[in-house]
Design a protein around this ligand. Sequence first.
Ligand SMILES: Nc1ncnc2c1ncn2[C@@H]1O[C@H](COP(=O)(O)OP(=O)(O)OP(=O)(O)O)[C@@H](O)[C@H]1O
Length: 339
Amino acid sequence: MIVLENITKEFISKSNTVKAVSNVSLHVRKGEIHGVIGYSGAGKSTLIRCVNLLEKPTKGKVYINGEEITPLPLPQLRKVRNKIGMIFQGFNLLKTATVYDNIAIPLKLLGYDKNEVKKRVEKYLEIVGLTDKHKSYPNQLSGGQKQRVAIARALSQEPEVLLSDEATSALDPETTDSILELLLKINKELGITILLITHEMNVIQKICDHVYVMENGEVVEENTAINLFTKPSHPTTKKFLNTISQRNLSPSLISQLHVTGAVTRLTFVGESTGKPLLAEVSQKFDVQPNILTANIIELKNGIVGNIVIHLVGEKNQVQSAIRFLEEQGVGTESLEVHS
Ligand SMILES: Nc1ncnc2c1ncn2[C@@H]1O[C@H](COP(=O)(O)OP(=O)(O)OP(=O)(O)O)[C@@H](O)[C@H]1O
């Protein structure tokens, strides 16, 4: 659906050159939701703007539905852009137009007749739950309602793809959740493929199938959401994961555990979440599992459980217990071992 192949974007001025995006490839399949996460300046906005060629890549190719759009002249590019809706952090609504007109005006400019415009505005206002606000002006709406209008406006052109540029970053956590639910609904019910950028891990957690972590213009880690939450490898990914669940114990707390054994993080996913494995471990081996922290993260496609345990016991028994847990499909990561 969306394929970016080795995209590089440099901003060249008289005094310097900034490489905002460096050799990034991604592939968003039809009907999926993919998320790009990174800190400020990582290159996310530049990358997403390359998808509809609001930024022209310095190098690389962009394909939409199998068609390479990078070399298209403007009239043809405009047609392709109609298949790609976009929503923004700042909503980009016309302040002097009503909710109805904010959606209707772009449709009229695209040449749709009055009846079709009315039909679409009503349909998409209903989908976003704002039918009763059609006569309101943007400054009479909350942030969440403004984003709903922007989503209805994007949907009214019946795109196959929706690009979301930090769409929830200006919203409080509750409103963020309601907008994420709306994005999930339009993904499921209208089959719209979504590519979003964010700096918030909870956005990735709640709605993404696949994740790209960006830093200094590069994708430093890429995986399905489940695998990324289960087996993160890059330090930046781990930092983002720490923002939604306490994955690590402080070094001072670990150093207080002055007995033999190992402090280990266990990650449960899929079948292993349903088994009483810790009870089994203490029966099978001469070890005592002492739970230090535990949490459950609900993702779009499954549940990931994280437990940090202190396995108290002799080294060989502890190692056998860890091996047993791994054989049962539990992810393990040693945090500190005392001998
Ligand atoms: N038009 C431009 N001209 C020059 N440099 C730019 C331009 N746009 C972005 N940059 C630079 O490219 C880099 C990536 O910026 P970008 O806005 O894509 O990052 P981001 O991850 O979206 O960050 P933020 O969330 O803060 O917007 C930054 O160093 C930025 O200063």
